[in-house]
Design a protein around this ligand. Structure first.
Ligand SMILES: Nc1ncnc2c1ncn2[C@@H]1O[C@H](COP(=O)(O)OP(=O)(O)O)[C@@H](O)[C@H]1O
Ligand SMILES: [Mg+2]
Length: 159
């Protein structure tokens, strides 16, 4: 597990950016954390790290936003879904088992359909002030353990 504290939205986005630069086709990133935790902020960084330019907005109402860079990014917000039946309607298999990268906000709401191998990220408000967040990154499966090792190397060497 990789655990860190950020002290600003920019810092959270920068962790996302570093992660984004290591993502590959088929990767799945599951973000969990309450409203306003910083999931979308993190996701914006991920998109930048994947080389996606232009505005990245919250898919709260659209459910899924699709961005085309070198890789495709499917950015889902499943807050409004009622479990896995709604995920079926959304056609989630195209995202999870396709050639793009999938990033899911509120992943805990659709736990039943999440692939076992994935990267789980928990974002929580810290105790040191309004702009403080604890980010915990937990790999499930070999691919994601490698990813976390790569990420850890750059996070630990950042100034
Ligand atoms: N360290 C931090 N990391 C991320 N967001 C932060 C941080 N400190 C304050 N914020 C603020 O918290 C809010 C997070 O919003 P957002 O990313 O949309 O959350 P979510 O998608 O989890 O609902 C933003 O208004 C952002 O400016
Ligand atoms: Mg959000």
């Amino acid at each position: 597990m990789l655990s860190m504290i950020t002290k600003s939205p920019e810092e959270t986005a920068r962790i996302g950016l570093m992660l984004g630069s290591f993502l590959r086709a088929g990767d799945i990133v599951c973000l969990q954390g309450e409203l306003g935790a910083g999931k979308t902020c993190f996701a914006k960084g991920v998109a930048r790290g994947m080389g996606i330019e232009g505005p990245v907005t919250s898919p709260t109402f659209t459910l899924v936003n699709e961005y085309h860079g070198e890789l495709t990014l499917y950015h889902l917000d499943v807050y409004r879904l009622n479990g896995s039946d709604d995920m079926d309607d959304l056609g989630y298999e195209e995202f999870f088992y396709g050639d793009g990268v999938t990033l899911v906000e509120w992943a805990e709401r659709v736990r039943e359909v999440l692939p076992e191998e994935r990267l789980d990220i928990f974002i929580d408000r810290g105790t040191e002030g309004d702009e403080c967040r604890e980010i915990r990154i937990i790999p499930c499966g070999d691919r994601y353990r490698l990813l976390v090792e790569e990420l850890m190397a750059v996070v630990c060497s950042r100034n």
